[in-house]
Design a protein around this ligand. Structure first.
Ligand code: C5P
Ligand code: MG
Length: 167
């Protein structure tokens, strides 16, 4: 196994009225939420795909097809835990170094939820919150009925040189 692996994932959903908006396992008050079979947590779904891609394990659509009734009400954190079991086995001695994510959403503003989302994602991954960077962007009005997440992950050999804590 090489000393580092990078992973990338993304997910998007159309937004509609009367659906809960959940990002990184955190409920965000919003008029609109994702139209989805699952909870439509684009951040955790993109994260799960990023983790799988780091070890060329395919994607969550392979494992949890949207049409499959067994996964209809699966929450993002549960899906992430199942993926993590598989990824930890493939990762062997490599550890997750950090996560970098961007969520694109026009409204509501997400800045006040950043800490809660970051803390929840870090807790689900078992890493320090300082290793989870989450940015927010609007689409500048180009996609007002749309939520999207893009996530990169880095795995490296454990140790102070591979995984320094930010100052
Ligand atoms: O307009 P723009 O996409 O460049 O917005 C960037 C700024 O707005 C960032 O500070 C970002 O954190 C914040 N933002 C937010 N909630 C959103 C979208 C952007 O807090 N839904
Ligand atoms: Mg801008």
């Amino acid at each position: 196994m090489q000393a580092v692996r990078v992973g990338y994932g993304e997910d998007a959903h159309a937004l509609e009225e009367g659906r809960a908006l959940v990002l990184g396992g955190v409920n965000v008050p919003s008029r609109l939420g994702p139209r989805a079979h699952s909870d439509g947590d684009v951040l955790l779904h993109a994260l799960a795909d990023a983790l799988l891609s780091a070890f060329a394990l395919g994607d969550i659509g392979d494992r949890f097809p949207p049409g499959d009734a067994r996964f209809r009400n699966m929450q993002g954190p549960e899906l992430l835990r199942l993926v993590l079991e598989e990824v930890r086995e493939a990762a062997d001695e490599l550890a997750l170094v950090n996560v970098a994510a961007v969520v694109t959403l026009d409204a509501p503003r997400l800045g006040s939820h950043r800490e809660a989302i970051r803390d929840r994602v870090a807790a689900e991954l078992g890493i320090a919150p300082q290793r989870v960077g989450i940015g927010f962007k609007t689409s500048e009005g180009l996609a007002p009925q749309h939520v999207q997440a893009r996530v990169t992950v880095l795995f490296g050999a454990p140790g102070p040189r591979a995984a320094p804590e930010p100052a």
